[in-house]
Structure formats: C-alpha cells, structure tokens
Design a protein around this ligand. Structure first.
Ligand code: HEM
Length: 159
C-alpha cells in the first residue's frame, strides 16, 4: 500500500484526537452529507426500518450501527498510520462485502467527500489545505484496498 508522509500522519492524528472520541455525532454529520450528495444510496440500507426516508434512516439503530462501523474503520486506520498494510486483508474483505450488498466503488469516493465535509464542519479554521490533503491521502489508501476486494468479489461472481 502507499505510504503517508510524517506531516500527513501528524495532521491526521492531531485532528482525530477529539473527533475520535465522539464518533457517532460526527458520523451522522458525514452520512447526512452523503445522502445530500447521493440520496439513492439510502436504498442500499435494507434494514427492517424504513430506510427510504433520510430522517427515519438516520435514527434507525441498525443504521447508526453502520455509522459506528465506518467510524471504527477510520479510527483503525488512524491508529495504524505507520503500518496500514496490517489492515490490508481486513479492508479487502470489507470491499468484498460491499460488492455483495450492491455498493459501487464510485460511492466510496462520495463517502470521502462527505468525510472531508465533516472534517471541515468540525475543525473550522483548523481545516487547512494540507490537512484536507493528508486525510484524502489516507482515505485513498483505505478505499484502494477496499476496491481491490470489491473487484475480486466481482470477478468471482462472473466466473
Ligand atoms: C456508500 C457507501 C456505503 C454503503 C451504502 C454501505 C452499506 C453497507 C451495508 C448495507 C452493510 C451491511 C449491513 C451492515 O453491516 O450494516 C455494510 C457493512 C459494513 N460497512 Fe458499509 N457501506 C458504505 C461505505 C462504507 C465505508 C466507506 C466503510 C468503512 C470505511 C464501511 C464499513 C462497513 C463495515 C465495517 C461493515 C460491516 C462488515 C461486516 O459485517 O463485517 N462502509 N455497509
């Protein structure tokens, strides 16, 4: 996997220190933005509760669990910045699972945009161009690994 610079790591760690302690509220800001950017993604959350409607979806326990899951993956990445390779198998498998539930790889990029939006809202003036780029670099590494798993699952199905 790609490597991050020392400066990238410092910017990511410092900014995540307080955000990571409040994962769900920040995750909700992120997913609210995600559904503004692509409302069709709501239909992929086929929980028993009505996830065709944004407010109902955002307050359903299963959905909030997924929000937490996403934030935990981000937390894991931030905690393994020196060794992102150790997450490769996990992320590959995660990509496979998302292929199986109908998520497209392009949608991972929209999640990235929503992540940056959440960082901007939360960090205010701390959201500098260098910080934005550092997070983008990390997220790109995560998504590249997930996308490899996604593609492998797709291949497997068409065989
Ligand atoms: C458009 C984007 C996404 C959609 C529509 C989506 C949807 C889903 C769905 C339907 C599931 C299965 C049900 C569930 O566990 O809640 C799932 C599982 C999961 N998702 Fe996502 N997801 C998206 C992006 C992401 C991203 C970017 C991450 C992490 C960086 C992530 C992390 C997870 C995790 C950890 C699971 C549990 C996998 C397991 O059961 O082992 N998701 N996702």
């Amino acid at each position: 996997m790609e490597k991050l610079s020392g400066k990238d790591k410092e910017l990511i760690r410092d900014s995540w220190e307080s955000l990571g302690k409040n994962k769900v509220p920040h995750g909700i800001v992120m997913f609210t933005r995600l559904f503004e950017l692509d409302p069709a993604l709501l239909t992929l959350f086929n929980y028993k509760t009505n996830c065709g409607v944004v407010p109902e979806c955002l307050s359903s326990p299963e959905f909030l669990e997924h929000v937490t899951k996403v934030m935990v993956v981000i937390d894991a990445a931030v905690n393994h910045l020196d060794d992102l390779d150790s997450l490769a198998d996990f992320l590959l498998n995660l990509g496979r699972k998302h292929q199986a539930v109908g998520v497209k790889t392009q949608s991972f990029a929209v999640v990235g945009e929503a992540l940056l939006y959440m960082l901007q809202c939360s960090l205010g003036t701390g959201y500098t161009a260098a910080l934005r780029q550092a997070w983008l670099n990390m997220y790109t590494i995560v998504v590249a690994a997930m996308s490899r798993g996604w593609a492998k699952n797709g291949e497997h199905k068409s065989n």
